[in-house]
Write a protein that binds this ligand. Structure first.
Ligand code: TNX
Length: 522
């Protein structure tokens, strides 16, 4: 690992949490939960799902599928006002908590019924994710009843993401869909796909076919490789879209490009291709900033990927370009980002790209340094804001999902200041990392999983769960009080109780997760 990544072990934090009101067992924690009365909702055999408003049918389908899959119940979907004991999904202006029309929702449970209200289909979809966690685990055998409760909820951040590295080890469309299914209950709404790296190129580029054919033919540790055709990628886009997840494709440059350099001699100043790479080193490859061909290549690649991507964002990497001389890096970023932006997407780049003061308007930075910024990381992150953009927070020592849980773990990496426990992943605040970078300029939070050591989707899940639940709550739920101490922002013990319930749901869903100590798994 490069020296830049080294770092002292994080100091142990004294946790002295603010007392919190009891909540229902939902992750991420809803903004407001009121419990009233004792009489629960009980599902009758003839209960229905009443729908009103644009998009409510689709959301009702999601709820119906959950009730069928989780509980073996089959309520009919009707376009009539709800009767006693029905579910109701209402999408209309003014249903969401005020000021949170985009993704806010309410859920009200009384003996008369379960009502989900939202201004948008996305909000109602998120409400259904909450209702799923309110439904008791034993709903397949016991009567299905839900305690009376009134929930008002909305996200702290608009961008709540996970990143899957499909470049080091390749994962099939089915495997990525399984990953999407597993992150949706956590109200994550972006999936960043790290599509290219030294070890593999995973998206077909029809104008440069060798990228995928040759550059995608292997992966870390000599794994079998693979790539997505345009049709595969469209399938993924549609699957994600139906679940209100936006795909964010990343084409990493100028570093992390050995697979591309190995596929086309003209991308190399020497005209000679390097061998394909299957190791785990970073920072040894670079595109040539001073060659015309480099920008023709970028233009073609970004044109094709942009055309396949309905979402607003396209990530162009920019990280760890350790063999690109600094002046050359700046020339490259200015020119490459202009070419990339010409295809209409808002660009995202790892924070190193902030070294450039020539970024296209609105370019988003992704901060991956530590809770205590080192080197130029804080200034690089602020540079995106100075240039009219915003920042996604992915501090590696808490949000990187491939960092080991405990020293000596078989899977994962150790470079980010020691192991990361679930508590570490939970007790931090995105707005207290880079001085001067507060919520007004934080687009959101993302948890990346890099896959140098993770060869199967089961191995990926065994690293990702449960830590991703902690990061998802950081991304969704504002801290309960305006406290001065970051350590007192979140009550881990209360979170751990909810996590135990979620673990049972993961088990039933077949999601692999790690039964870390400190949680009373059921
Ligand atoms: C850092 S931080 C990387 C990846 C590695 C990962 C391993 C950053 C943007 N890049 O290239 O896979 O560490 O943990």
């Amino acid at each position: 690992m490069s020296a830049f990544r080294g770092g002292a072990r994080r100091p142990s934090r004294k946790v002295n949490p603010v007392p919190q009101t009891p909540v229902v067992s939902v992750i991420p924690r809803p903004v407001s939960v009121e419990q009233f009365g004792d009489a629960p909702f009980t599902l009758a055999p003839d209960a229905r799902i009443s729908v009103a408003g644009q998009g409510a049918d689709a959301v009702a389908g999601v709820l119906a599928a959950a009730l069928a899959g989780d509980c073996g119940r089959h309520p009919a979907i009707v376009h009539e006002p709800p009767g006693y004991g029905d579910f109701a999904i209402v999408i209309a202006e003014g249903e969401a908590p005020e000021g949170h029309a985009a993704e806010g929702y309410t859920v009200t449970v009384t003996p008369e019924g379960v009502r989900i209200g939202a201004d948008t289909e996305a909000g109602a979809f998120l409400g259904v994710q909450t209702v799923r966690q309110l439904i008791p685990l034993e709903c397949g055998t016991d009567p299905l009843s839900i305690p009376p409760v009134s929930i008002r909820d909305h996200p702290r951040y608009a961008y709540r993401g996970a990143m899957l590295d499909v470049a080091r080890h390749f994962f099939t469309v089915d495997e990525v869909e399984r990953f999407i299914d597993a992150i949706v209950p956590l109200k994550l709404n972006h999936l960043h796909l790290h599509l290219t790296d030294d070890q593999g190129w995973r998206i077909d580029i029809e104008s440069w076919p060798e990228l995928a054919r040759h550059g995608g033919s292997t992966g870390s540790d000599g794994s079998r490789g693979g790539f997505y055709t345009h049709d595969d990628y469209r399938r993924l886009v549609a699957y994600a879209q139906e679940r209100h997840v936006t795909l964010v494709p990343e084409i990493d440059m100028p570093g992390h490009t050995n697979a591309a350099l190995a596929s086309y001699p003209q991308l190399n100043p020497s005209g000679v291709v390097p061998a394909l790479y299957t190791g785990s080193k970073v920072g040894f490859s670079t595109l040539d900033a001073d060659s015309m061909v480099t920008y023709e290549f970028i233009d073609d690649v970004i044109r094709e990927v942009s055309a396949l991507t309905p979402g607003p964002y396209l990530h162009i990497g920019g990280d760890e370009s350790l063999v690109t001389p600094p002046e050359e890096f700046l020339r490259f970023i200015a020119r490459a980002s202009a070419v990339a932006a010409s295809h209409g997407k808002t660009l995202i780049g790892w924070h190193e790209m902030g070294a450039s003061d020539q970024l296209p308007p609105g370019t988003v930075g992704q901060y991956w340094d530590f809770l205590t910024p080192r080197g130029d990381a804080a200034d690089d992150a602020l540079s995106f804001v100075r240039q009219g953009g915003s920042v996604i927070m992915s501090p590696a020592d808490v949000a990187y999902l491939d960092i080991v849980y405990e020293e000596g773990d078989r899977l994962g990496q150790e470079w980010a200041g020691g192991p990361t426990t679930v508590r570490d992943a939970y007790v931090w605040d995105p707005a207290r990392i880079v001085p001067g970078l507060g919520d007004a300029h934080i687009l959101g939070v993302e948890a990346p999983v890099w896959t140098e050591t993770l060869a199967t989707i089961d191995e990926v899940e065994s690293m990702v769960f449960p830590r991703i639940a902690a990061v998802a709550e950081v991304a969704w739920s504002a801290p309960p009080a305006d406290t001065a101490e970051v350590a007192s922002v979140r009550d881990f013990d209360e979170f751990a109780q909810r996590l135990a319930d979620l673990g049972k749901r993961w088990e039933l869903a077949g999601t692999v997760f790690r039964r870390v100590p400190g949680v009373q798994w059921r």
